[in-house]
Design a protein around this ligand. Structure first.
Ligand code: UD1
Length: 341
């Protein structure tokens, strides 16, 4: 029988792409999602790619009762081999306006997942973390040993706290093993264009805004600041194709299954940084579509430059990135085109 993996937030952007990669690798995913930041159309997209709709429990992970009952139902069908915990709010700006929303949801959900893992003897947990835990790093590329700095936002603080909660739980003697995956900037979509990023409302992140601006669905893209101390004055990030990121979760599950005890953090990035202007240029080259844009003021809270030292994940998880920045931008555009149709 295939190994069963509970994927919280499995209808979300990174979660849905991970569900595809899990099935491809022979796992049986069970999605837990409350569709608070996704739509049910993702299920049709998954069906188009996989040929079937994955199992789904529609629950809010921050509700202890709902979550524990869902786990009881899933466990009644057989062993749960692992959990990948994506379900969380992730808008940095909103988290500064509504911090309690973020603390209540992101932290409570993680505690409940750990409780469920204990009740049902689940021994493998992959946690969706972020490079935001490094704050404004002292040196780049940033490796996993870099100090976790004072968080720049309530969202970032929830990732730091959840990493700590998981670390403390594993250290308490629990049989649980955990991989804390620190994502850099995931972009792109499944190459089939059946699933992709679906920001509800005004997109805050660069690539979803860029593709909507290129499609003339939005005003021109504003480049947030051109006076940073970088070669072209715009911020530098490590953009990673969402399929490469998804695949790293499968590698992390394999790695966990070979460990006796573990709670390790891994950077998931390409190891290369690109500026905002380079992303615009790469998009135009990859698609031939111009990106209307102008230069605006800096966005408060933005970090000048960050990219990953990603060799730990490469070596220990035996994982590498297969897609280029251009691939990711082309796939993001193809996905955007399906949304216009
Ligand atoms: C941040 C967090 C990341 C988190 C993500 C979730 C850091 C280093 N990164 O990513 O961990 O998961 O938010 O939302 O804290 N930009 C523009 N114009 C736009 C939008 C963005 O110029 O309209 C620029 C930004 O200034 C930035 C880059 O594009 O330099 C990427 O921005 P974005 O996609 O929002 O991601 P981060 O802020 O890097």
């Amino acid at each position: 029988m295939n190994k069963r993996v509970v994927v919280t937030g499995g209808a979300g952007y990174i979660g849905s792409h991970t569900v595809v990669e899990l099935v491809k690798a022979g796992y049986t995913p069970v999605i837990l999602d409350d569709f608070s930041n996704s739509t049910k159309e993702v299920l049709s997209g998954l069906k188009a790619i996989l040929g079937f709709e994955p199992a789904l429990e529609e629950v809010d992970c921050s509700s202890r009762t709902e979550l524990l009952q869902a786990f009881d139902r899933i466990a009644a069908e057989g062993t749960i081999d692992g959990i990948i915990h994506f379900a969380a709010f992730k808008a940095v700006g909103e988290s500064t306006q509504r911090p309690l929303k973020y603390y209540a949801n992101n932290i409570a959900s993680t505690v409940h997942i750990l409780e469920a893992s204990e009740t049902h003897n689940v021994s493998n947990l992959v946690f969706s973390s972020s490079c935001t835990v490094y704050g404004q790093p002292d040196t780049i590329p940033v490796d996993e040993e870099a100090p976790v700095k004072g968080a720049e936002s309530p969202y970032g603080y929830t990732k730091q706290v959840c990493e700590r909660i998981i670390t403390d739980f594993v250290a308490s003697g629990s049989p649980l093993k955990a991989a804390l995956l620190r994502y850099f900037n995931p972009i792109g979509a499944h190459p089939s264009s059946h699933i992709g990023e679906l920001p509800l409302g005004h997109p805050n992140n660069l690539v979803p805004y860029l593709t909507q601006a290129a499609a003339k669905l939005r005003d021109p893209l504003t480049v947030f600041g051109s006076d940073y101390p970088t070669p072209d004055g715009t911020c530098i990030r490590d953009y990673i194709h969402v399929m490469d990121l998804a695949n790293a979760h499968v590698s992390a599950l394999h790695w966990l299954s070979e460990q006796e005890n573990a709670c390790e953090a891994f950077n998931l990035g390409t190891g290369h940084g690109n500026s905002v202007l380079e992303v615009i240029q790469a998009f135009e080259q990859a698609t031939g579509v111009p990106v209307p844009h102008n230069i605006g003021a800096r966005r408060p809270g933005d970090i000048t430059a960050i990219f990953a030292e990603a060799s730990k994940a490469r070596h220990e998880l035996s994982w590498t990135c297969k897609y280029s920045l251009e691939d990711a931008l082309r796939d993001a555009w193809n996905w955007q085109c399906t949304l216009i149709d």
